[in-house]
Design a protein around this ligand. Structure first.
Ligand code: TYD
Length: 144
């Protein structure tokens, strides 16, 4: 718990360079160029039922880059005492999250394919899935 408390969360909306020509578009993720970690895992969330929200967790340590490669989704984040909503509605927009960011994914369009790149293997111990625990770990008093 002490370890998680010291973590400062980082959130950054990254604009990815689109390389287009008369054939269409190409977007690249490359370590050091626009992604600040080694990618060990990639997963996709798609076919999310209308009106459903997912997520409702924070990670103690892991770093992630979220990109809606098709369609759109809102990422509702709470970190460092602030709440912010990021709209991912284009394949050239990445949302970088590190550390204690409570997040939910909401308002998925029916065609949304949300790709997540992560710096580590899946480990349930890295998850905080209880909002009150998140508040306690981040010294937040006003649990919802
Ligand atoms: P879950 O964490 O509930 O998804 P979300 O919070 O994004 O809505 O994950 C759904 C299931 O998939 C759950 O049983 C854990 C499993 N899972 C893996 O096995 N590996 C992974 O990398 C991820 C992200 C999930």
């Amino acid at each position: 718990m002490e370890e998680a408390k010291k973590m400062v969360a980082k959130l950054e909306l990254v604009s990815l360079k689109e390389m287009g020509d008369d054939r269409g578009w190409l977007v690249v993720f490359e370590k050091g160029l626009n992604i600040p970690f080694d990618v060990k895992r990639c997963f996709f969330i798609y076919g999310t039922k209308e009106g459903l929200a997912r997520g409702f967790h924070a990670h103690k340590k892991s770093k992630q880059m979220l990109v809606s490669v098709s369609g759109s989704v809102e990422i509702h984040c709470e970190a460092n005492g602030k709440k912010e909503v990021y709209l991912l509605d284009a394949p050239n927009k990445g949302l970088f999250l590190e550390g204690m960011v409570w997040h939910t994914m909401e308002n998925f369009s029916s065609d949304c394919v949300l790709m997540v790149l992560a710096d580590d293997y899946y480990n349930e111990d890295d998850y905080i899935r209880n909002y009150d625990e998140f508040c306690a770990l981040t010294n937040k008093e006003n649990a919802k």
